[in-house]
Design a protein around this ligand. Structure first.
Ligand code: NAP
Length: 288
């Protein structure tokens, strides 16, 4: 029996398998295209003949394929077998909450313990002390797998027993990232059209980002507490700031879709009487 099985040998799966091999673990591999395993096999890993053999080979299997459509295709080839009972499958393929719930149902029918996770790092960032991976599912199964997962990432964030928690928080994190990305891109256009240095703008954004991270952590605490008494940043400041960004964009004769959308949200917050609340009270507009 090997220590761990890795299913999926794309950029991320190969990195995962390599990190286990580097720790001297016996690793079993399975991938749709066997040729991707060649280098890992020369380092002592074993390639399983089929998906059932792969799952059977180790107490814990890590799966990391392109998406859940690929994962589901692989699941469909798993045959029910007493050999699979008590095996643990940790799904690190990125998916949505519904995917995680369906995968748990599938695993339950085969007696496989199932954890769902989301990697929040690139392959080159794996295995570091601060590499983040979100995990959710049965706590006992998680605790039994924790040591192995720590080889992949020093910052394992266990989100509790709800199987869809990792996928939900991963999507929520990406919502933040893409919100920032769209705002950044509009800002870059403002800088560009003014004939200023966009690279320098990027550097300024990098330098202010840690303190904005602190701010969002505070706003998260505010939303969780439900107490929107002004504690850091009054809503009315954001109302006028977002209106000013919109007006500046109109004056510069550039695309206004992004600032118009944002200014509208804050204007609605103001109209709803939230001007004298903490900025995080914007969630009241979104809850509506
Ligand atoms: N790379 C990143 O920066 C990064 C960061 C965070 C999270 N992730 C997540 O990690 C997961 C894997 O990413 P990756 O970068 O390793 O992707 P990738 O390099 O594109 O590899 C895709 C893997 O999925 C397999 N696959 C695709 N379709 C399949 C199918 N229909 N049946 C069976 N296997 C199939 C591929 O097998 P073949 O080799 O046979 O094609 C390969 O092993 C994704 O969910 C991604 O969102 C990646």
């Amino acid at each position: 029996m090997s220590d761990v099985t890795v299913i999926g040998l794309g950029a991320m799966g190969i990195t995962i398998a390599q990190l286990f091999i580097n720790q001297g673990l016996q690793v079993t591999l399975w991938n749709r295209s066997q040729n991707k395993a060649e280098n890992l096999i020369t380092q002592g890993a074993t390639f399983a003949t089929n998906i059932n053999e792969a799952l059977k080979a180790s107490p814990i299997t890590i799966m990391c394929v392109f998406d859940y459509a690929a994962a589901t295709e692989i699941f469909q080839n798993v045959e029910a077998s007493p050999n699979l009972a008590q095996r643990t499958l940790i799904q690190l393929t990125t998916g949505n909450p519904e995917d995680a719930r369906n995968a748990l149902l599938w695993a339950n029918t085969l007696g496989i313990h199932y954890l769902d996770g989301a990697i929040q790092a690139a392959p080159s960032q794996m295995g570091q002390s601060d590499t983040p991976i979100l995990l959710s599912g049965d706590e006992k199964v998680f605790r039994e797998s924790e040591k192995l997962l720590e080889i992949l990432a020093g910052n394992i964030i266990y989100l509790g027993g709800k199987i869809d928690a990792a996928a939900t928080v991963d999507a929520a994190t990406l919502s933040y990232v893409y919100g920032a990305m769209t705002g950044f891109t509009h800002g870059a256009r403002m800088v560009e059209v003014a004939g200023l240095d966009v690279a320098q703008f990027g550097k300024i954004v990098k330098e202010i980002s840690p303190s904005f991270g602190e701010f969002f952590q505070h706003e998260g605490n505010v939303i969780q507490s439900g107490d929107f008494t002004i504690s850091e940043s009054p809503m009315r400041i954001s109302v006028v700031a977002t209106e000013r960004i919109l007006q500046s964009s109109i004056d510069a004769n550039i695309n206004t879709e992004i600032p118009a959308f944002i200014a509208d949200l804050f204007k609605r917050a103001d109209s709803a009487g939230l001007g004298d609340k903490e900025a995080a009270a914007l969630i009241e507009v979104i809850r509506d």
